[in-house]
Design a protein around this ligand. Structure first.
Ligand code: CUA
Length: 193
């Protein structure tokens, strides 16, 4: 028995060139309609869903951004935790956070239900800003100032986990964000005032 051969020069076997069955047309129409729904969801979710916040993005010199972060630290520093400054900026202000191998500087102390503009950037390589245990993730890219309008909705002591592999110390790159509730009587602070 010789195996059947079929070269690309011959027409394919089958019935695919015959008009599609009605059921197939219906499925194609449903699939196309659903594609359009998903397509519409992208801009809709951007505007209504709060999933992809419209940030402020601009180019910045990594050293200049780091300098700005240092000035910000000097201006609003309230304490220290294991050598890292704890900074409590006033509500409504611009907040600077630099990612560098392998730390997030400074430790931020923010107030609940107040607005801030959080500026994220990196001094060296790509880092990933991941606020734990919230599901908040952003890329932190050297050379770009990524400004996010944020309003902490929950008081607590949060961790910033680096979720972009950045080198040998990637797994120890953990930062802190402390959110205090100014209306609560015993507002916890992360450092000595
Ligand atoms: Cu920074 Cu991983």
């Amino acid at each position: 028995m010789t195996p059947e051969t079929h070269t690309g020069l011959e027409s394919p076997r089958g019935v695919w060139w015959k008009p599609a069955h009605k059921a197939e047309k219906v499925w194609v129409a449903i699939a196309f309609g659903w594609c359009m729904v998903l397509f519409a969801m992208m801009p809709l979710w951007h505007l209504k869903g709060g999933q992809n916040p419209s940030g402020i993005r601009r180019k910045v010199d990594p050293q200049a951004f780091y300098q700005r972060t240092q000035e910000f630290i000097t201006q609003y520093k309230i304490g220290e935790d294991r050598g890292l400054p704890i900074v409590a900026p006033p509500a409504g202000s611009d907040v600077y956070l630099t990612g560098l191998a392998f730390q997030w500087t400074p430790i931020l102390q923010l107030e609940k239900d107040r607005d801030y503009v959080l500026h994220l950037s990196s001094l060296d390589v790509n880092h990933g800003f991941s606020l734990y245990p919230m599901n908040v993730n952003f890329q932190v890219v050297p050379g770009y100032d990524y400004g996010l309008r944020v309003k902490p909705t929950e008081a607590g002591d949060f961790r910033i986990i680096c979720n972009e592999f950045c080198g040998i110390g990637h797994h120890v790159m953990v930062g802190r964000v402390i959110v205090v509730d100014p209306t609560a009587a015993s507002a916890e602070t992360g450092g000595s005032r």
